[in-house]
Design a binder for this molecule. Structure first.
Ligand code: SAM
Length: 304
């Protein structure tokens, strides 16, 4: 019996050439190792009427690696709004278009969401051609809980905005996954350590490439490591383990955490950090922070 996916995406035309059923094909491509391009991705990229690429030079190299000469068009954040209507018209006319990004799965911190949305709204078939993505690849080798995760893409480049986002995400009971650049890694880890506390984390670098490395440790340990080792090279995914849920009745722990944060931060920021670390309700942590402030007769350094 034929596998169910075969007739849906491919058929053989009169000349014996593989022809694709019409529609938009969202095609994942390797994140480093060219051998990770699936046979089905090759077939779709080789037989589509057009391949849509962020950068045609990158896509050309990929097509050349298996001898395909498919016509290439640019589709990216700069020209998307302009070219989308024409692409949708071509799809409605029966074209088979393959959407790619420079590496990995389109739409994962890459262009494509608006095109897929427009195709669906136009009633055009959208086919998945799944494959590599750095987020899943990193999770698969980090050794951190993978049953529940939140992929948050890239954090803001500025520290203040980054800390705000981290505070928002801190109480989420899930592993957090971020894309990051090597030149920001040290600053980002320092902010994470400050806001999220000593959680387990992994720096997954150059996945599927020659210098693939996964470094595990608590956030403060990773901060120290990169302070000594210096800025690493290459592409990076950060995987941060979920918060440790602590018992609210355990005021000794809560007090110790609060005292530690209050010795360095304003009350509001200390409370945010402890909420992020423990997942406890902000109201309770704030009340306790105020009580600690009055215990020692000190003033509220920040307030809310
Ligand atoms: N759409 C792609 C995907 O599905 O993985 C991601 C594109 S995003 C613009 C690029 C980011 O993905 C990089 O900055 C890095 O954080 C991550 N990344 C891509 N390839 C990687 C690799 N081989 N190792 C580690 N991280 C990688």
């Amino acid at each position: 019996m034929a596998r169910p996916s075969t007739p849906k995406t491919a058929s053989t035309d009169m000349a014996g050439k593989r022809a694709l059923a019409p529609g938009l094909y969202v095609v994942a491509t390797p994140i480093g190792n060219l051998d990770d391009l699936s046979p089905r991705a090759r077939q779709v990229l080789g037989s589509a009427d057009r391949v849509l690429a962020e950068d045609t030079r990158v896509a050309r190299r990929l097509l050349q690696s298996f001898g395909a000469t498919t016509y290439l068009d640019i589709y990216n954040d700069h020209n998307g709004a302009k070219v989308r209507p024409g692409l949708i018209a071509a799809l409605q006319g029966g074209a088979a278009l393959a959407l790619t990004s420079d590496a990995g799965t389109p739409l994962m911190s890459d262009p494509g969401y608006k095109l897929v949305d427009a195709a669906r709204q136009a009633g055009v078939a959208v086919h998945a051609v799944p494959g590599p993505s750095a987020v899943v690849t990193a999770l698969s080798v980090a050794g951190l809980p993978s049953d529940r995760f939140l992929f948050a893409g890239f954090l803001p480049p500025k520290s203040a905005a980054r800390r705000t986002v981290l505070q928002e995400l801190g109480a989420v009971q899930a592993t957090l996954v971020f894309y990051e650049t090597a030149n920001r890694l040290q600053a980002v880890l320092a902010d994470m350590s400050l806001v999220l506390g000593p959680r387990q984390a992994a720096v997954a670098r150059e996945l599927t490439k020659m210098f693939e490395e996964v470094r595990r440790g608590t956030l403060p340990e990773l901060v120290s490591h990169y302070q000594e080792a210096g800025q690493p090279k290459g592409e990076i995914v950060l995987v941060i383990g979920p918060p440790d849920r602590r018992d609210l009745a355990d005021d000794v722990d809560l007090d110790a955490l609060l005292r530690d944060q209050l010795s360095r931060l304003r009350t509001r920021d200390a409370v945010d950090a402890v909420v992020a670390e423990t997942g406890l309700p902000r109201r309770d942590v704030y009340r306790r922070a105020l009580a600690l402030g009055s215990d020692k007769g000190g003033s509220d350094k920040g307030g809310t």
